[in-house]
Structure formats: C-alpha cells, structure tokens
Ligand binder design. Structure first.
Ligand code: NDP
Length: 266
C-alpha cells in the first residue's frame, strides 16, 4: 500500500482550527490517501525544518506565521509573491511551493453580492493585505479605515485611500467589511459606533471575516436590516483551493466542496 500523504496546519494557537476536520472529511469522502493534523509552531523561523522533520507533503499556515511561510518557500505563486503572505505550502521534489488561498477564497465568498463597486475595510492587518489587493485587481474600489495609523502606511504607499477614526468622514460604501479581530474573543465593535451608524445604513450588505459567531458588528448590521455574511464561506473556500493544490488539481471545486462543507455542520 502507498504511504499516506501527511498534511498539517501550522499556527500558534492552532487548537481551535477547523482545517484538520475540513481536510480529513474531504480525504475520506474522495478516497484520497491522506491525513491532516495540527502543529503548534512557536518559532516561525523553524517552519521549513519542522516541515521536513515531520515528513509532510503540504501545510496550511495561520496566525502568526504567514510571513515566515512566505520566506520559507523556494517557489512562489505570483499573487502570493505580490502580497507577501503564504497560507498554503506544497512540497514537490524537495522544494516548497507557496500560495495564498485566503484572498481568492474571500473573493469568492463576497461574489454573491451583486453590483458592488465600493468597499470599506474596517481593519488593516494581514488579512486585509491580501484581500484588498485581490479586490482591487478585480475592479473594486477599496478604502481602509483602521484604529491606528501604523498599519495604514503600506496601503497608502500602494495608492489605497486610508483613514484613521479621527480623520474619517462617512460616505456611501456598497459593502462594509470587518477585517479586524474585534468581536472574536470580546464583544467590541471594530470602529466607534457613530462611524458604523453612519456607514452601515448606506451599505447594501455587511460582511465579517470572523466565523461561526454573531459578532457585535453583524448584530448592528442586522439591526439595520442589512444582508450579512460571516467568515465561514471564506474559510471553506480557502480550504477548497488549498485542497486543490494539495491533491494537484485532481478534483473539482464542487467535488471537494461537497465533503469539506460537512465540517461546518459537525
Ligand atoms: P492582524 O492581527 O494582522 O490585524 C488585526 C487588525 O484588527 C488590525 O487592523 C487591528 O488594528 C484591528 N483590531 C484588533 N482589535 C481591534 C479592536 N478592538 N478595535 C478596532 N480594531 C481592532 O489580524 P488578521 O488580519 O490576521 O486577522 C483579522 C481577522 O480575520 C481575525 O478575526 C481572524 O480570525 C479573521 N480571519 C478569518 C479568516 C477566515 O477564513 N474566515 C482567515 C483569516 C483571518 P490596529 O492596527 O489598530 O492594531
């Protein structure tokens, strides 16, 4: 019998991750001889040696190691190279190939909202970095609003419109998206309530990247009867695209989706 291909998620923390369940259900459902585990990586600079020491075929990378993952790759997909963040690595003939599947996953997740042109991002962290670029490449106009100035610098250099809370004056945005971790482990809003009360009523819909939770931001959006969406589809879609890389495009998106989405009802 062929040896199983081993996969894992690297992060710190990783105990909460849904990825092992998502990928293992898909391996099982599709009859692929693979196994997916989790590994708490404390030191991001040890990513490459850990990968080989564990004899892995591929990994996903989550907070806080996406930049270390980028640095560890021998070959980078053009989009991953552009954004400087890798969340999927596949080993081929001793070389590490890096991809970013968060951004295309996110793009697909918001594609159900029609006639969207302007998007307001609340937050300017790592997730905002890759998703803002793919949205811009697709023709959306992205504005970033962040609590502090520091993280906005990079975006400003790349020509994005950026604001801190103090400098912001509300106008109409078709889609408002919470890209912060506000509401993840607390009950805080991603921006002052007055600001949210001025942008949400004008929006067509509101999205949160946090998943499996009715965040204060989503609750506020619902109080205005806005269509809302959490981060579950983004998580599912980034996983499907990663699975396509892990299994070298041997299965269609729909085939993988059928099995992987079971992880969200268990
Ligand atoms: P980062 O740590 O890189 O960035 C965090 C951002 O949140 C910063 O802009 C920070 O602002 C802001 N922030 C944090 N707390 C608050 C607060 N209380 N009020 C206002 N702003 C705040 O995080 P990531 O980009 O990696 O992750 C962001 C979120 O995306 C997380 O909740 C994560 O769970 C989610 N995520 C979801 C995925 C999915 O598949 N659904 C995939 C990846 C991430 P400042 O600069 O001022 O500190």
């Amino acid at each position: 019998m062929m040896a199983k291909d081993l996969f894992a998620i690297f992060g710190n923390p990783v105990s909460h991750s849904k990825s092992p369940l998502m990928h293992n259900l898909s391996f099982k459902g599709l009859g692929f001889n693979g196994c997916y585990a989790r590994y708490r990586l404390k030191d991001g600079t040890k990513l490459k040696e850990t990968f080989f020491a564990l004899g892995l075929k591929g990994i996903n990378i989550t907070v806080p190691h996406k930049e270390h993952a980028y640095a560890a790759c021998d070959v980078l997909d053009p989009f991953a190279k552009k954004v400087g963040a890798v969340n999927t690595i596949v080993e081929k003939e001793g070389k590490l190939y890096g991809y970013n599947t968060d951004a295309p996953g996110f793009l697909k997740a918001i594609s159900e909202f029609q006639n969207i042109r302007t998007v307001l991002f609340l937050g300017a962290g790592g997730t905002a970095q890759s998703t803002s670029r793919i949205l811009r490449d697709e023709g959306y106009e992205v504005t970033l609003l962040n609590r502090s100035e520091g993280r906005l610098e990079k975006f400003k250099e790349e020509g994005f419109e950026t604001y801190t809370f103090e400098r912001f004056t509300a106008k109409k945005y078709d889609l408002v998206i919470n890209m912060t971790s506000a509401g993840l482990e607390d009950e805080s809003l991603p921006a002052p309530k007055e600001i949210l009360n001025s942008v949400i009523p004008q929006a067509q819909a509101c999205v949160d990247v946090i998943y499996g939770k009715d965040t204060p931001f989503l609750k506020l959006a619902k109080s205005y009867d806005k269509p809302t969406k959490d981060g579950s589809d983004m998580l599912l879609y980034q996983g499907i695209i990663a699975f396509e890389y892990f299994t070298e495009q041997n299965y269609t998106f729909k085939e993988i989706e059928k099995h992987m989405k079971k992880a969200f009802v268990i």
